[in-house]
Design a protein around this ligand. Structure first.
Ligand code: BGC
Length: 440
């Protein structure tokens, strides 16, 4: 069912099914700001190089970037790719450095961000160029699904180009641990309460029931519990003011979350996603909730789906796809705007998207893949493509689709404080409500 809603002021759509879109797109109107502030056409200028900031700096994420760069070098041999990747999953370090560089007027030529509300502050500050002309030039408007185009469109303008789509609400589980606890890996729990009772059994069998790492991974787990307890429509209402962050439904989700946190291993709270998911790969812990870049991690560790691990939607969220998309910008004051244009062309091309996404664990943002091209993807990825086409789509908080960076950062801080025992469930809910309010 449709869960179409708008963010106040900037009209960033945060939740909609594919059926509710025509009116929305019409309402976006057209922009009179189709050119960079310099007055030059978008992406004109120095193409000798492109400085690209991502956080795909290690492991399977680096492998994905390398696969993309290979295509880039073949497509644009005269543009030198300069890798400015900054370590830290979820952009935990990159975002701070980017904020400082942007405010100092020293942007890279392009940087990784997420489709949706996350870019609001950068757009409002005038840091980004409207790249909608490139969508016309590269013929992208029909290549991407409408749900994605809505999240990219702000007052009729578009400020980034997506390379892929990820899903956040996925549980990755160790087959050997589930079996040792007497659970059937093929029959996962269907509700949060049933999942918690499975965690009790896993604990009793002597294993860590669930792991989580640093703040953004905690946010990924928490938002999945919110989706399970509120359902798609009320969850999406949290971002347009129609669902109250201080209300009883959120209280229930916070209480469920508190119980789940009590099963985690504290020593992992400062770790990135890879060390936090490793105990699942090693058969030491049962569950980890992580975006589906995790499948690339399991592949890189030579683990087999079905035998070593299983994956399933977070209990209570079946039929809901907690969406995020990596999306690249073209900042005002980029030193190599021509290089940035070439990068945006490559990442949005079919060739670039197939090469990158097969390695990265994500699915292409483009929907015009042939059956032959789809066959290049893993079984998990083909199931994600199928789910994306039929599930209800909601926006991830942890990965920038749902809320401006200011709000999701403050929520991450509140979750971190809670996990460390420095606040209780009541204080956590209050802090979440305040973080939402402060960003309006
Ligand atoms: C990005 C993914 C990345 C993940 C972990 C997310 O915010 O969208 O591309 O794999 O963070 O670093």
């Amino acid at each position: 069912m449709s869960v179409s809603t708008y963010m106040s002021r900037r009209q960033v759509l945060i939740g909609a099914s594919a059926t509710a879109l025509a009116a929305t797109l019409a309402a976006c109107g057209s922009s009179d700001k189709k050119e960079g502030k310099s007055g030059e056409a978008v992406g004109q200028g120095d193409a000798s190089q492109v400085d690209v900031v991502t956080w795909w700096q290690a492991g399977s994420e680096k492998d994905g970037l390398e696969a993309l760069v290979k295509v880039f070098n073949a497509q644009f041999p005269k543009t030198k790719f300069a890798n400015k990747a900054i370590a830290g999953g979820g952009g935990s370090q990159a975002k701070q450095k980017l904020a400082a560089d942007l405010s100092a007027g020293n942007p890279p030529d392009t940087y990784q961000a997420h489709a949706g509300a996350e870019l609001k502050d950068d757009i409002d500050a005038g840091y980004l160029q409207d790249v909608s002309k490139l969508y016309d030039e590269f013929k992208l408007k029909d290549a991407f699904p409408k749900t994605l185009m809505e999240r990219l469109t702000v007052d009729g303008a578009i400020y980034s180009v997506p390379s892929n789509i990820h899903r956040n609400n996925v549980v990755w589980a160790s087959v050997s641990v589930l079996k040792a606890a007497g659970l059937d890996p093929a029959k996962p729990a269907q509700t949060i309460d049933a999942w918690i009772s499975d965690m009790e059994k896993i604990k009793a069998a002597g294993y860590t029931p669930i792991t989580m790492g640093m703040a953004w991974t905690q946010m990924g787990l928490f938002e999945s519990v919110l989706i399970a307890d509120l359902g798609a429509e009320k969850y999406s209402g949290l971002f347009d003011g129609t669902t109250d962050w201080a209300g009883a439904e959120v209280t229930k989700a916070v209480e469920h979350y508190a119980k789940i946190v009590s099963f985690t291993d504290k020593s992992l709270y400062t770790e990135d996603w890879e060390p936090a998911i490793k105990p699942i790969m090693e058969g030491k812990a049962a569950y980890n909730v992580m975006g589906d870049w995790a499948v690339a991690g399991f592949n890189a560790a030579k683990k087999t789906a079905g035998t070593d691990y299983v994956y399933f939607p977070v209990p209570g969220t079946k039929g809901i796809f907690d969406f995020l998309a990596d999306s690249f910008t073209l900042p005002e004051k980029a030193k190599h705007p021509g290089g940035a244009k070439n990068w945006l062309s490559c990442i949005s091309s079919k060739e670039g998207q197939v090469a990158f996404n097969t390695v990265k664990g994500s699915i292409p943002a483009r929907t015009d893949l042939t059956d032959e091209e789809k066959k290049k993807f893993s079984e998990y990825q083909r199931s994600a493509m199928e789910d994306f086409s039929k599930d209800t789509i909601v926006s991830s908080i942890a990965h920038g689709a749902a809320l401006p960076a200011k709000a999701s950062n403050a929520m991450g801080d509140a979750l971190s404080k809670f996990a460390q025992g420095a606040s209780d469930a009541k204080a956590l809910q209050k802090a979440l409500a305040e973080a939402y309010k402060a960003a309006q």
